[in-house]
Design a protein around this ligand. Structure first.
Ligand code: SF4
Length: 356
């Protein structure tokens, strides 16, 4: 018991220290533009509930919002202003300009390093990219969601795989950084088509990604499909198993995973909007726990009734121990007591094992 408490203290300390180091590297100031100018209705989408933001941001409030964030980030970290949600390049040009010029002031006076936006693949062309370039946008994230034509169609996305390919190419040609977001468990999806989407995201040249589960949200078409028995969402366990393989693939190809799962939202927490689906506040931790279970198994499976000391990079310490100490408890059940020690000298997925 004492050893367990000690491990948790070491893990919390190392994680806190690592998080601080990470924060020094990069933080976003998020500005959500829910459903703004998005004429589409993807079957799963109620953007207001997904983003947790119910109001369209007033341009007058944006500078204030950015300044408030910046004041809490005065530790030398790289800061970007991020226009998330909705369909940024679908906003009328004048309003895009208004939002971007407010943000660009902070790029010009070097308060922030750049601006990133998220949008749809079929709303990218040279004219739109020129505008983004003129106002200091550095990264464009596209909601690719799937590279399976039938999945896109069944999900009511209203764009094709070709749109994603063309937009990705144009973004890279114009020297923006490319992010491609994907969803797991869309209508008609399978593990194979999700994994293929991840492969395509890598091939298309994305340097970052976000992995979202498909949820059934009140008031969406998907709710009707679900009620009619035409759509069955993934379970949390299935989502974790799919995501585990996809995360491994992205890691191998050095595609930065910016998020696994949706932002925690009061709308989901109080159960008012979420009808069904794999919502979990700690999806990243669940996925990383499974990845680390596999790594530990590959090192420890042959040795029973023993005690092992595992040195591990502090960024991975909590994941190695597992969500709610799952890995530690599992191995303990197999007769192996593991003591974890944080070691900054080790790469992210490398461990150093010694047996006591
Ligand atoms: S394009 Fe984006 S904002 Fe528009 S309906 Fe689809 S998911 Fe929602």
């Amino acid at each position: 018991m004492l050893a367990f408490v000690f491990d948790r203290i070491v893990a919390i300390f190392a994680f806190y220290k690592f998080n601080n180091m990470q924060k020094k590297k990069h933080s976003n100031i998020p500005i959500f533009v829910p459903e703004l100018a998005c004429p589409h209705r993807c079957v799963f989408c109620d953007q207001k509930k997904i983003s947790g933001s119910l109001t369209i941001p007033d341009p007058d409030k944006i500078s204030e919002m950015i300044e408030t964030y910046v004041n809490t980030m005065q530790d030398g970290r790289k800061i970007e202003i991020a226009f998330f949600g909705g369909n940024f390049t679908g906003i009328p040009f004048e309003l895009q300009k208004e939002y971007l010029s407010l943000a660009y002031k902070f790029v010009q006076n070097k308060t922030v390093a750049g601006i990133r936006i998220s949008t749809r693949p079929d709303y990218i062309d040279n004219e739109r990219l020129d505008l983004l370039k003129n106002f200091g946008v550095t990264t464009i994230e596209l909601g690719a969601q799937s590279t399976n034509e039938s999945v896109l169609l069944k999900s009511g996305r209203g764009h094709t795989v070709k749109d994603t390919e063309n937009a990705s190419k144009l973004i890279l040609e114009n020297e923006f950084e490319l992010g491609l977001q994907m969803m797991l468990g869309l209508p008609g999806d399978s593990f194979e088509s999700s994994y293929k989407t991840a492969i395509d995201i890598i091939k298309l040249g994305a340097t970052s990604t976000r992995i979202y589960p498909t949820l059934v949200i009140k008031g969406t078409m998907l709710e009707q499909f679900y009620n009619a028995g035409k759509f069955i969402p993934l379970t949390v366990e299935e989502t974790v198993q799919w995501a585990k393989e996809i995360v491994k693939l992205f890691e191998q190809h050095e595609v930065r995973i910016l998020r696994i799962g949706l932002h925690p939202s009061k709308e989901f927490e109080d159960g008012k909007s979420l009808i069904a689906g794999p919502y979990h506040q700690s999806l990243t931790e669940l996925v990383m726990t499974e990845i680390w279970n596999d790594i530990l198994l590959s090192h420890l499976q042959l040795i029973e009734k023993s005690s092992a000391t595992i040195r591990i990079n502090p960024s991975q310490l909590n994941f190695g121990i597992g969500y709610k100490a799952k890995n530690k408890i599992n191995f303990s059940g197999k007769g192996i007591t593991i003591n974890f020690i944080a070691d900054y000298s080790l790469p992210k997925y490398k461990i150093d094992v010694s047996y006591n």
